[in-house]
Write a protein that binds this ligand. Structure first.
Ligand code: ASP
Length: 274
């Protein structure tokens, strides 16, 4: 999860899509190259992007062999009349946009495969842990940003959960659950056990608490991540920024890989609750 604030005239939407694109190329993360394996031993990826200025959004679910699902989400937002495309139809649209595909072995990472073999044997569906044995820190990637024009944006990309079946879709591509942005409130990208994030409509709930109740970003995040999700048993966290540049990165798990950078300030990188 990466948090950015642009200072040199770039826009928030490009900042979040380019950050996520870079992380999709890094096999350490569960997104793009390095995505977890589904029950068939394949990679099915989800991604979403939202523009806080226009409230336009694009999302993709269950796409296979696409190197950068986030670029497809952005193309869906900008070049189609739709918000969410899925599976082979999404891939067909990606081809019309000339987006890059790669064979299965491009996405292969040994420890994710080992994790998959164990999960399939046990019949369990599990959250990705980026480093083997590294419990309770998630590998989905996301970025939120505020630009000099006062616009905010959010983007998220993931391979979902290991050993998922039946076309399971997580929270990441569900606008309002795992990804949301609105210049009036905040931009949010989530990671964690998607089913809980969908049922709690996490990202939109935080935005609503700010919009309708006048809460600060921090107050809204505390309620949703540390109280509501915990009460339901939903493990995970999120990164968030508001239009004033306030940043929150709450998580109720043991850790969450995260970083932030404000113009003119030192960057921050964190794993545990420190
Ligand atoms: N939220 C993702 C999903 O449920 C998984 C993750 O964040 O690790 O698909």
């Amino acid at each position: 999860m990466a948090e950015l604030e642009q200072s040199e005239g770039g826009n928030a939407l490009d900042a979040v899509s380019q950050s996520v694109k870079l992380m999709e190329e890094n096999e350490l993360f569960n997104a793009g190259k390095g995505s977890v394996f589904n029950h068939e031993g394949k990679h099915e990826m989800d991604a979403a992007i939202m523009d806080g200025k226009t409230l336009l959004a694009g999302a993709v679910s269950g796409v296979r062999n696409l190197k950068h699902p986030i670029l497809l989400a952005k193309a869906i937002m900008e070049k189609s009349e739709h918000v969410l495309l899925a599976n082979s139809g999404a891939a067909d649209f990606a081809r019309t946009m000339n987006l890059e595909f790669a064979p299965d072995d491009y996405f292969f990472v040994q420890h994710r495969y080992d994790q998959f073999l164990v999960a399939r044997e046990e019949g369990s569906i599990v959250l990705d842990h980026t480093v083997p044995g590294d419990e309770k820190k998630f590998g989905t990637v996301g970025a939120v940003a505020l630009d000099v024009f006062g616009n905010i944006a959010a983007a998220t990309s993931t391979g979902g959960m290991t050993n998922k079946k039946w076309g399971r879709v997580g929270d990441s591509p569900i606008i309002g659950a795992g990804t949301y942005a609105n210049n009036e409130t905040c931009a949010i990208s989530c990671t964690g056990h998607g089913e809980y994030f969908i049922r709690s409509v996490v990202a939109y709930d935080i935005s609503c608490l700010m919009e309708y109740k006048g809460l600060s970003l921090k107050e809204a995040c505390d309620i949703v991540v540390m109280k509501k999700l915990v009460k339901m048993g939903g493990e995970g966290g999120l990164i968030a920024i508001d239009r004033n540049g306030n940043i929150e990165m709450p998580f109720n798990s043991e850790g969450m890989y995260r970083a932030m950078k404000r113009s003119g300030e030192e960057s921050f990188i964190g794993i545990y609750n420190d």
